[in-house]
Design a protein around this ligand. Sequence first.
Ligand SMILES: [Cu+2]
Length: 144
Amino acid sequence: MTALSILTLGCAEDLDDSVGQNAPHGTAAPGATAVNGVVKDWRVLVDRHTVHAGQVTFTVANQGTIGHEFLVVRTDSADGAIPIEGDGFSENNPSLLVIKEIGEFPIKTIQELTVTLEPGSYQLVCNLPGHYGKGMHTSFTVVK
Ligand SMILES: [Cu+2]
């Protein structure tokens, strides 16, 4: 994964609850589907919630006030409904599979994550202590 220049963040500061043309735009791996996202306190926002199976490159900007992480989790649990144990969900819970993650990364930085996804139901989340319960999750669907 690549940390992009902080300068590319300037255009995306007025995002509210949607990610549109102001989202950071990365360079997806060749042939990969590009998904642009934002993590902030306390939301995970992406510019598309459904993609076709195959390689997907997430370009994620931290627009919060503290560090956040970004996990791609396969699960049939409803958005936000993964059972919390303590201050987060167990990443060993048999009802989910953590495909890959961007570990906690600082504010005003952008990270990229390329994964190969099979058809199914997913959530894009931050599981730092308390963050999932505060709303850092969104649904994501992969179709054939
Ligand atoms: Cu977080």
